[in-house]
Design a binder for this molecule. Structure first.
Ligand code: BEZ
Length: 257
């Protein structure tokens, strides 16, 4: 018999095992999905109260959770996020953190980071983006940030990328022991914005300046034109796999940078 977490995973994947308990728990967990509106909430943060996602309309947001204040992996992540805040701001992207700790713990931890911690070449780092207190776990539960198989009283390292209309566009989860890759988080923002602006898709490991994927042909005629090389600048490996060049400059112009 699978344990509760396995049962829920099976249920999410559509596997055959299902019990009434499982269904109830999945519904109660209510994990948001890509393409859903970001669940709304109001919260107390280190930068004052926020109304989410309403206060962030018109901006991209990275809403992320971390397991606990005063822990080393989280500290390294906060210093990295804080040192990249301007880079994200240039991409019209705001940062919002969350953990199941209280406001005074957050404040004390962020002061300690600034006063005492050096990580790589970062020191005297001030975290200026809001850090949500969520001692009731209400927001963490709403966003599916608690994974009981990993830890039932700490949020995992969840990342929700939310677009200017408040829609969830990417979800990434990391376990407690694994610090996030911040180049990847920035790459995700640039790739999503580029896909929106140019109506293209981005292939594996894509970086600005590399060829992008042209959406699949929607008719037999277009498919034929493509393989015959009739579409300007489009190169096809086969009718379903076509790419075109978009320079780095064109990417940044398209996303308004
Ligand atoms: C950390 O951030 O260092 C950490 C937090 C929870 C569990 C393991 C590591």
């Amino acid at each position: 018999m699978p344990n509760k977490t396995q049962q829920i995973n099976q249920q999410m994947r559509g596997d055959s095992y299902m019990s009434t308990d499982t269904v109830t728990e999945v519904v109660a967990t209510g994990m948001p999905r890509i393409g859903d509106p970001a669940p709304d909430f109001t919260a107390v943060t280190t930068q004052g109260d926020i109304n989410f996602p309403g206060d962030y309309e018109g901006s991209w947001v990275i809403l992320f959770s971390h397991p606990a204040d005063f822990t080393p992996v989280c500290t390294s992540e906060f210093m990295t996020f804080a040192s990249m805040e301007d880079e994200f701001a240039e991409l019209n992207t705001k940062l919002v953190g969350l953990s199941i700790d209280g406001l005074y713990s957050h404040i004390a931890w962020l002061r300690t980071i600034k006063e005492k911690i050096t990580f790589r070449d970062m020191q005297n780092v001030e975290v200026k983006f809001p850090l949500i207190e969520d001692i009731t776990m209400e927001i963490a539960q709403k966003y599916g940030m608690i994974m009981p198989g990993e830890d039932s009283t700490k949020a995992v390292r969840a990342v929700f990328v939310i677009d200017p209309k408040g829609m969830i566009r990417t979800i990434i989860y990391y376990p407690l022991s694994l610090g996030r890759n911040f180049d990847e988080l920035k790459r995700v923002i640039v790739a999503l914005q580029t896909a929106d602006a140019l109506s293209i898709a981005t292939p594996a490991d894509w970086r600005p300046g590399e060829r992008v994927i042209v959406p699949p042909a929607g008719s037999c005629g277009t498919a034929q034109d493509r393989v015959e090389g009739k579409e300007d600048g489009v190169t096809c490996e086969d009718w379903f796999f076509c790419t075109k060049e978009v320079t780095e400059e064109e990417v940044y112009a398209a996303i308004g940078k």
